[in-house]
Design a protein around this ligand. Structure first.
Ligand code: ZN
Length: 242
């Protein structure tokens, strides 16, 4: 536009009009057309002022979060989002849960489908193919860990059969503390089952289901203790330990 980058509006306009060169691109032409719609009021008397405006809302100062909300690509909220991302979630548990929910964990059947010449059998029981649903839900090993969780939180539960069923169990009763406890304990179990699976494959370390559940128990207690100041976490320890 042949205007110095640090010029003020005052320097780019006079009472007779805008001091800009002839347009050399469609963008410049569009800008010229836009400029002709702006009134040049009192340019010689008033100094420049600037305000930040985003989506028609001007609150005087620049807000990074407001601007980002407008700039970022927005999508409709996924139905499962609150089961994975919630206030107080443990980042690595939530991330692992997110990957598992999208069925993107590199299970052996997925690795084989990418052309890797490997056995696809489940490393925990060796009896079935290692898919997400088998490894984390239907494997006898995982079932035993889930059973220990249900004994604590939902003794009447008869066991899980699918990933969808797991998600609807987390939603279960619509009271906030119970849902929070279900969300953190489920994420901890998914995290530790996947970790145990990797331990068997890569380190040849095999832990009993009771030991894995003790690790889950320790994590859940630590999470509740660390976040006890939050409203949703304040009463969780008694529900977890009962
Ligand atoms: Zn298995």
């Amino acid at each position: 536009m042949r205007i110095p980058i640090n010029a003020t509006v005052n320097q780019a306009a006079s009472t007779s009009g805008w001091c800009v060169g002839g347009p050399r691109s469609q963008h410049e032409l569009d800008l010229h057309i836009h400029l002709t719609t702006l009134p040049l009021q009192g340019l010689s008397v008033n100094g420049d002022e600037f305000t930040w405006e985003a989506n028609g809302i001007s609150d005087g100062s620049f807000s990074a979060s407001h601007t980002w909300e407008i700039l970022r690509p927005q999508s409709t909220k996924k139905q499962w989002a609150d089961l994975i991302w919630f206030k107080g979630a443990v980042p690595n548990h939530a991330f692992n849960m997110w990957i598992a929910n999208a069925d993107r964990l590199p299970t052996r059947t997925r690795l084989a489908s990418w052309g890797l010449n490997i056995s696809t059998s489940c490393p925990l029981c060796s009896c079935f193919q290692e898919t997400r649903d088998h490894l984390l839900i239907n494997c006898d090993y995982s079932k035993a860990v889930w059973q220990l969780l249900f004994e604590r939180l939902d003794p009447a539960h008869r066991g899980l059969f699918s990933w969808t069923e797991l998600l609807s169990w987390i939603r279960g009763p619509q009271t906030s503390p119970a849902v929070t406890l279900r969300r953190i304990s489920v994420q901890a179990i998914i995290f530790h089952l996947w970790k145990q699976r990797n331990n068997v494959i890569h380190n040849q370390i095999s832990l009993s289901t009771a030991v894995v559940f003790r690790l889950v128990d320790r994590d859940v207690r630590t999470i509740i203790t660390a976040k006890r100041q939050r409203k949703n976490f304040a009463s969780l320890m008694s529900s977890w330990l009962r």
